[in-house]
Design a protein around this ligand. Structure first.
Ligand code: G6P
Length: 615
């Protein structure tokens, strides 16, 4: 979703801002813009529809001088993606420029009031309302910009991360946060960086301040960072160190981040387990489980809330926790849960899963759960994001920054953490024997090597993909632990190749999707050896009997399905509950190669955002 970048210091702002926008491209956007105070004191705003590259082309013959600026990538919510609606937005007098991520819910009422006072609007965005409101308050009450921002934010309902330039105070950037992320980087030479996440900042400094809800930060040349709230009370946010390396933010020789991240998975899963599984490879220590043992071990019920791919990981978590720990688990779309008046008990444990840690619906679900007295546990990737800060405890998945919009390594990282969590709780509850526990932990440590083996199917899948590039619809079938894998496989294909795909529990196919089956529709079946193996074979037969083309993911050496299916992809064997960690890899590769064959921009699929910070 919208990305914010800012810089104030001694260096030239423009290259820093453009590079920062490029680093945030992965979040998804449809237009971009930049505002800078030039060396002769003008407040210049340049915008373009489309990519950051289009903005650069537009700026080629413009004055991009100055060492103070803010920049933005916009993912349209209010108003179509065009130059007028793109940010930054000027105030009526042209003195202020503002960028915004989030939604101002009461913008229509404020706008009506401002129009009644003679203010003219150029765009149809909620953002322009904010900049006009701030200037109106500033001029009509003779306030300074900080005071005007404080008064204005008291009137605003909604979510925002904003940054403002005032050409009458060219040595200052003011920014504020409420429910949308904002990070301030503290440079070596007293310069300041600003961004929606740490990725545009990492190459300049490792010292950052994650702003909290209600914070307003003043970045002034030659002064320390000032953080206050809307009542002008000084806040004392902690300076944190970020551990993002530049290599993690580059493609490292791969054509797309998604492919790089697919191939990173074995090492990411090693990182995820490092320090948590002992050297003998038979015991897991999760500090969250030690610190909150009573809450977790005695939970009467667990509710998992998440969105998108993280929700699919949650479905696997449910099966792991129910079968290993014997605790009932419900898995909820955060967006539904938050508005459904769910029954939440104070002895419920709510697990919020999120790669970005900033998904607005998941944050709202956490808030609801906390208000109801439940204990909230986060499973998150982005260090220091809102979700780990708003949950009582949790576990980071530690797979490094995920840039590809289609989530891959975060999914397997989430499943790995949920596996470790389920094993820890089951061990504490004695719902599995010590031997079972040790064998399962040992198998988990073998998963990265098995993932490496699964990645050797890449060439075969690349070849298969060229056959299926022209499919209009695809069906993905699986049962048990492999049912969420089918859902995730279908989601990957939809997201980046724009082919309609459905994931279904294989047996349930008979109650609908079987009507769609013909020789034109590829059916991908996850048919690894597990307790439902024979049943899945029957499902494959049902598809074949209707002329369907079956591509089956099987356990290495499976001759029975080789004779039945049109194509087989062989995978290493593992325990049934860990199969999703292996079987999801060929499906990620399949979606990737089909999208590449179709000439799609894999890392920047249309209309999608990496981090959905609005509901
Ligand atoms: C967006 C992303 C998905 C992601 C979902 C949930 O839709 O494109 O890849 O699964 O949000 O995001 P989260 O960061 O909460 O896991």
């Amino acid at each position: 979703m919208c990305g914010i970048v800012g810089y104030i210091g001694q260096k030239k702002a423009y290259p820093i801002l453009i590079k920062g926008l490029q680093r945030l491209e992965y979040r998804g956007y449809d237009s971009a813009g930049v505002a800078m105070i030039s060396t002769n004191g003008n407040l210049n705003v340049y915008k373009a529809k489309g990519k950051v590259a289009d903005l650069e082309t537009f700026c080629e013959d413009k004055d991009v001088s100055g060492s103070v600026g803010i920049a933005h990538t916009r993912w349209a919510t209010h108003g179509e993606p065009n130059i007028t609606n793109a940010h930054p937005h000027y105030s009526a007098s042209g003195r202020l420029a503002l960028i915004h991520n989030g939604i101002i819910e009461n913008y229509a009422t404020i706008k009506e009031n401002l129009i009644a006072r003679g203010i003219h609007f150029k765009s149809v965005t909620d953002t322009e309302v904010l900049v006009q409101l701030i200037e109106h308050i500033m001029l009509s009450n003779d306030l300074c910009i900080l005071e005007a921002v404080q008064v204005a934010l008291h009137q605003v309902i909604g979510a925002y991360a904003i940054a403002i330039l005032d050409c009458e105070h060219p040595d200052t950037i003011i920014c504020a946060r409420q429910s949308s992320p904002l990070v301030v980087g503290l440079g070596e030479e007293g310069d300041f960086y600003l961004a929606s996440d740490a990725s545009p900042i990492a190459e300049y400094t490792d010292k950052v301040v994650y702003l909290n809800d209600g914070d307003i930060a003043v970045m002034q040349l030659g002064k320390d960072l000032i953080v206050v709230n809307t009542d002008n009370e000084t806040q004392h946010p902690k300076v944190k160190l970020i551990d993002v390396t530049l290599g993690q933010l580059e493609k490292g020789g791969y054509p797309f981040f998604m492919l790089k991240e697919i191939f990173e998975q074995p090492n990411c899963i090693r990182d995820c387990m490092r320090g948590r599984i002992n050297v003998e490879g038979n015991r897991i220590t999760l500090s969250a489980v030690i610190d909150y043992r009573e809450k977790l071990v005695n939970a009467h019920r667990i509710i998992i809330v998440a969105c998108g791919t993280s929700w699919h990981a949650g479905l696997i978590g449910k099966q792991l926790i129910e079968s290993l720990c014997r605790i009932p688990v419900e898995v909820e779309y955060a967006s539904e849960f938050r508005y459904r008046e769910p029954v939440i008990f104070h002895d419920d444990v709510v697990i919020a899963i999120s790669q970005s840690g900033e998904t607005a619906d998941t944050l709202a679900a956490i808030e609801l759960a906390r208000r109801s007295g439940a204990f909230v546990f986060g499973v998150c990737n982005a260090i220091g994001a809102s979700i780990p800060r708003q949950t009582q405890t949790g576990v980071y998945i530690h797979v490094g920054p995920e840039i590809g919009v289609a989530s891959t390594k975060a999914f397997t990282g989430q499943v790995t953490v949920l596996s470790m969590l389920a094993l820890c709780i089951a061990n504490e509850r004695c719902t599995i024997t010590d031997n079972q526990y040790k064998e399962m932990v040992a198998e988990l440590t073998r998963i990265p090597a098995k993932m490496e083996e699964a990645l050797t199917t890449n060439e075969q899948i690349e070849h298969l993909s060229s056959i299926f590039t022209y499919a209009k619809n695809c069906l993905y079938l699986g049962r048990g632990y492999n049912y969420p894998v089918a859902l995730e496989g279908a989601l990957k294909l939809k997201e980046i190749s724009y082919i309609h795909a459905e994931g279904y529990p294989a047996a349930e196919m008979k109650h609908g999707p079987i009507a769609l089956i013909d020789s034109e529709m590829p059916v991908f079946v996850i048919a690894t050896r597990d307790k439902l193996y024979e049943k899945v074979i029957s499902n494959i037969q049902e598809v074949r009997a209707r002329g369907g083309r079956v591509i089956a993911l099987v356990t290495r050496g499976d001759e029975q399905i080789r004779n039945l299916a049109n194509h087989v992809i062989e995978l290493p064997d593992t325990f049934e509950c860990f199969q999703p960690l292996i079987a999801s890899i060929p499906l990620q590769l399949l979606a990737y190669h089909i999208a590449v064959c179709k000439g799609k921009d894999v890392d920047r699929p249309r209309n999608l955002a990496k981090s959905v910070t609005v509901e």
